[in-house]
Design a protein. Sequence first.
Length: 387
Amino acid sequence: MRRAMQTVGWGLYLASSWTWCIGMFLPILLIRWWGWPGFLAFAVPNVLGCALFGYVLSPETSRALVARFRVWIALFGAATIAYQIGFLLKAGETAALVAALPVAFVLLVSARRGSERSDRTMMAIGACAWIASCLLFARFGGGALANLPATGTLPPSSLAWAAPFMAFGFLLCPYLDPTFHLALQRSPSRHAFAVFSAGFTVMLLFTAAYTDAGLGPGGPPSALLWDKPIFEWQWGLQAAFTIVAVVAAMRSLEPVSSLGGTRAMLPGMVVTACLALGCQYMSEPMLPPMADVLSPSFGPVPGEATYVRWLGLYGVLFPAMLLLGLRRVPPLVVVLAIAGAGFLAEFGMIGARVPLLTVAVALLMLASLWNNRKTAATEEIASADSR
């Protein structure tokens, strides 16, 4: 019984830790652009890719992967924390930040590494956060789910070009998420990831339900809780939990928790990511705006272009570093491939030249074939000599 409860608890923890400002806002944009088919193209690889993580890896292979990609797992966590902070600031959710940031700061600068007991505490909090979100969903109701549009502002055929790009990111990004590795290493059963898939699907349906809930001027009023839109309660609750959960996971995972041998490195990564996102928000009026066809009918939304650009980290940079790193592609080829794919993704996501998104994925896949055989052979010889 205890084993089953912990399995469910870790699954719900993952459903909460993965419900962040991508899952709580990107589906709204995709429904605007392609209708409910855009939502499915996002949800299916997202849920399946994350669920497969627990069945592809074992706790032992997870530890090996963390050791190999510890810097990129830390960078993934830092970027994710910054993304939540920027999203909450733009959404006006300062109360959530006031609640989450002090806890995250203490965890970051603490010299003591996270224990299994503290990890189980985070599991319990994550499960409670998921239950609270379900209560908010029940209070809100089905909303737009009963009447999701079948088409959007972009041609339906263009979704075929965007779908591979979304699948590429969502199938690979979980392998750099510290909360996924923590759950796999701590859960008594890999079936926690099956629980995750069900729990996270509910969270995505909640997002689709408030697609038309007054998210811009002229939109219909949404259901309120204590004079505040229910979807804003959801944003604050889940993004705040993600901030704390990611920090706690980075402190628990070895060797990420002792990265660089200094307590200043992880906080420094987070601060740098926050500054980078802040500078991008501040310079947004000077950057090329999104194509008119991507903007809502009432005009551009402040910060929306930066939000979409930041998605490039999860659509290009992080999945590419995992794929090309596993394939031992030479560093120069990695840099050129990511730079080229990022350039293509900018025009594809911001300029509505959607076919370029598939070209970006094709470029990265082609680069992954450039295996550094000399380096791999050298490492194999060194490994044999050490034995």
